[in-house]
Design a protein around this ligand. Structure first.
Ligand code: AMO
Length: 436
């Protein structure tokens, strides 16, 4: 009888904690079945755990017959434990194999997965997303999501080292902050409310008390477009700081990008099979003004006017690559909280961080005076009464402040050379997808 319950059995080693010098040691490994092959009197299996793979060789005479037979019938993905003895082996990729003495099959797989667990690429992303839990077992994605987790850890450490306070702001809110069109309405008891597009107003308010704050949390955008760079639910790394302006925020972003690149580079060194395309970063990230780029685009024959958005196709035309900032955007299309340039009221103290034609972040100096903020809202046709909960804070002295939001998924795309935003998102949400 092959046991099926975990009971008191526990793993003794992860795959990477065993080596060929442990010849004869009894170990218990746990994981899921990657591959199985049977040749009459011998069965081979590869078990994968979160750190790597273990080869199991069940040979007639060396291990109980029922275990050898059961192993030969196992299907990929079954979740199992094997207790056995380590045997050094030159043939095994890790230099050792396990000769099993006990097997537990916790959950047997009934289905044939729509793709091999060892598949490097699977053409149709929807096929993968439908069975996301097992898609995420593939090595390519394991590397991406392990890296994503480490990048988040290093960014959090950066903020902690710099004495930022980690905040959490409401995700069910009363008013739009980034323009009205891309909002998800929800029922909030008997009122209409929205999913937050950004922690914008709350993070600004919190600079009044904590000065330096950051939040890493979902933002919700009812994006109507089907692209490889837009999600309906994305993770934003937001920072906001008192007594600084947008130039200081760009310096912080530069540090964050450098730390993130180092994290990915270190990971790739430790995991040579992670096939990332890691970007280079110059000592200082170049800064281009909006004016200069419009000029360049016009000279390159693009049909663009001052005031237009800078479209990816036009950015491509002027050959901008890698990381760069576009700063001093026209004020008019910017959200109401963005400060105008005192030298030229048509221009804002704002920037976007770009990677090629992909926008990774936007940020700005914010307005800190109530009358200016209310004026901007009115000019944009907004109802200031609905924002009194925010405007009211400005009656009590909001410090000069600036900040930005960095899209985590887009950052990971840039850091690893991933083309589709869905491949850096555990469970992507878009126009067509609300499950799994
Ligand atoms: P913005 O709207 O530019 O600015 O968003 C900031 C960053 O968030 C990411 N992002 C997205 N990523 C994937 N899918 C989406 N639909 C999506 N929308 C945004 C991008 C983008 O650069 N409140 C300001 C930030 C600030 O000024 O502090 C804001 O939300 O990488």
């Amino acid at each position: 009888m092959i046991e099926t319950e975990l009971g008191t059995l526990r793993r003794s080693h992860y795959s990477d904690e065993i080596n060929s010098s442990m010849d004869g040691t009894q170990v218990t490994v746990m994981g899921w079945v990657l591959t199985v092959r049977g040749h009459g009197n011998i069965s081979f299996a590869t078990i994968r755990d979160k750190n790597g793979d273990v080869s199991v060789v069940a040979k007639k005479g060396d291990c109980p017959d029922d275990i050898r037979e059961k192993i030969s019938y196992l299907k990929a993905h079954s979740s199992i434990a094997i207790t056995g003895n380590v045997k050094s082996s030159e043939k095994a990729p890790s230099g050792y194999e396990i000769v099993p003495t006990e097997l537990r099959v916790f959950s047997e797989v009934e289905k044939i997965p729509p793709f091999e667990p060892i598949a490097k690429t699977v053409k149709n992303i929807d096929t993968r997303l439908e069975v996301r839990p097992i898609d995420l077992r593939r090595k390519v994605l394991q590397h991406i999501f392990n890296t994503r987790s480490l990048v988040l850890k290093s960014i959090r450490s950066y903020f902690n080292d710099q004495n930022f306070v980690e905040i959490n702001t409401p995700k069910m809110i009363a008013t739009a902050t980034e323009g009205g069109a891309a909002l998800f309405p929800i029922f909030y008891y008997n009122k209409e409310a929205f999913l937050a597009q950004s922690p914008q107003l709350y993070k600004e308010q919190l600079t009044m008390s904590f000065e330096k704050v950051f939040e890493i949390a979902p933002i919700f955008r009812a994006e109507p477009s089907r692209t490889n760079r837009h999600l309906a639910e994305a993770i934003s790394i937001d920072l906001e700081e008192a007594f600084i302006d947008y130039n200081d925020v760009m310096s912080r972003i530069e540090e964050i990008i450098k730390i993130s690149i180092k994290t990915v580079t270190d990971y790739a060194k430790d995991n040579p099979d992670a096939e990332f395309t890691i970007p280079e970063i110059p000592e200082t990230i170049p800064q281009y003004s909006y004016d200069d780029l419009v000029d360049k685009m016009q000279k390159a024959g693009a049909k663009t006017e001052w005031g237009d958005d800078l479209y990816p196709s036009n950015l491509k035309k002027i050959g901008l690559e890698g990381f760069y900032f576009i700063k001093d955007w026209p004020l008019a299309p910017k959200p109401f909280y963005v400060k105008d340039s005192k030298a030229n009221p048509k221009i804002s103290e704002s920037f976007d961080l770009m990677f090629g034609d992909l926008e990774l972040s936007s940020g700005s100096t914010r307005i800190e005076k109530r009358n200016e903020l209310a004026e901007r809202m009115k000019n944009k046709g907004m109802n200031t009464d609905a924002f009194e909960y925010h405007l009211g804070a400005f009656d009590y002295g909001v410090p000069p402040h600036a900040g930005c939001g960095i899209g985590l998924e887009r950052l990971i795309m840039a850091l690893t050379g991933t083309e589709n935003i869905r491949d850096v998102t555990f469970y992507p949400r878009d126009v067509d997808r609300l499950t799994p």
